[in-house]
Design a protein around this ligand. Structure first.
Ligand SMILES: Cc1cc2nc3c(=O)[nH]c(=O)nc-3n(C[C@H](O)[C@H](O)[C@H](O)COP(=O)(O)OP(=O)(O)OC[C@H]3O[C@@H](n4cnc5c(N)ncnc54)[C@H](O)[C@@H]3O)c2cc1C
Length: 342
């Protein structure tokens, strides 16, 4: 028999989202393991509530109070679970902090995730949008994950293929949305590790440090240094990192835009399409450093929306909509938000 879950009511979420939005959850549970999820499912009142799975709160915008049940993943644990000729398999529980996990892998001699150092949030959320940065994506070293299916009460074990990872995308944003609670993630880390310096800015940082043969620790430190210089620290100013995805357009549309805007920043994709730099588009519309009330656009990064102090989620959303409309009017390109709107 599972015990009654320890539900808190009218819980403030202010310290639990990196935008620092002052919103409340009608009901809130700290999930320390699968038993808590089973207990929720067996309680008819809880099972019928709207649900929000919460990790580090660094990729969502709370647009108001949440009238349902917040399942805050705080289950911990990291272990080497297997190995084969080519890989070491490491499993981390969903509630582990992503950056601390990356540091653990480096400290334990199982590198591969170092390019993703200092990304905020939890291990459990990392597959949701297939986090990526500095020439790497989580999917490259992902092996499988365990999730609790809230609809059926069963545990799911999903392979990389079943997760259908794409650019900031996975099955958890589509078919398994609001259904699968990720409980643990297993990574396959290469035994014959090679540094990944595909990202020019990272290669330049390693060069500037006079390092010839970088270790995973060197790469992690370089990534941390670049990120610290470029991105606002949520502990100092509320934000959720990039607020918009880089839009992907056809070669035809990109060429037409390039003819009108010779400085357009675009990156060719394997399928012949182009990714446009959303930050550049926003900057061209004059939004960098601007504000609407307490919601603002960061001074250095036009892609990052910030809470200048006491902004509501609705204010941030209004700013995002205004920017989206301006970019659409100027370039005919529709920006999509990267964080989940709650
Ligand atoms: C300063 C800053 C920089 C950032 N830089 C990057 C970057 O370089 N690259 C990048 O990809 N992202 C970046 N992000 C976004 C963010 O860090 C990632 O998306 C991260 O994976 C979110 O983790 P989280 O635990 O905070 O998720 P949350 O914000 O808590 O949740 C995000 C979504 O995932 C769902 N979710 C969370 N945990 C689970 C779970 N266990 N099971 C099922 N669903 C779950 C939530 O319901 C929600 O829909 C940045 C954010 C900030 C604030």
């Amino acid at each position: 028999m599972s015990s009654r879950p320890d539900i808190r009511h009218e819980q403030s979420l202010r310290a639990l989202n990196t935008f620092g939005i002052d919103a409340k959850a009608a009901s809130y549970l700290r999930v320390t393991g699968i038993d808590d999820l089973r207990a929720v499912r067996h309680d008819p009142a809880l099972a019928s509530m709207r649900r929000l799975v919460l990790g580090g709160g660094s990729n969502l915008l709370l647009t108001g109070d949440f009238d349902g049940l917040v399942l805050h993943m705080v289950n911990l644990g990291i272990a080497v679970t297997a190995e084969d000729e080519d890989h070491v398999f490491v499993t981390a529980q969903a509630g582990e902090n992503w950056h601390r996990f990356v540091q653990w892998t480096i400290d334990h001699g199982v590198p591969g995730l170092e390019n993703l150092s200092l990304i905020p949030g939890s291990v459990g959320a990392s597959p949701i949008q297939n986090i990526g940065a500095y020439g790497s994506e989580m999917a490259e070293h992902f092996h499988s994950l365990q999730a609790f299916d809230v609809d059926t009460g069963e545990m799911l074990s999903l392979t990389k293929q079943e997760c259908a990872f794409g650019y900031r995308d996975s099955v958890f944003k589509h078919g398994l949305r609001a259904r699968a609670v990720i409980v643990a993630v297993t990574f396959a880390l290469p035994k014959r590790w090679q540094p990944n310096l595909r990202y020019a800015e990272l290669a330049a940082e390693i060069d500037a440090r006079g390092i010839q043969s970088p270790t995973a620790k060197d790469i992690s430190e370089a990534v941390i240094a670049i990120r610290t210089r470029k991105l606002p620290d949520p502990a100092k100013i509320g934000n959720a990192g990039s607020f918009f995805k880089n839009p992907v357009v056809s070669a035809e549309q990109r060429n037409a835009l390039l003819a009108q805007h010779p400085a357009l920043v675009s990156y060719p994709q394997a399928d012949g399409s182009y990714k446009l730099a959303a930050g550049w588009l926003i900057d061209q519309c004059g939004w960098k450093g601007k504000s609407l009330g307490a919601a603002g656009v960061h001074e250095k990064q036009a892609l990052v929306l910030v809470n200048r102090g006491g902004a509501s989620g609705a204010e941030i959303l209004q700013l995002a909509k205004t920017i989206r409309d301006d970019v659409h009017a100027s370039f005919g390109v529709l920006l999509e938000p990267e964080p989940v709107l709650v």
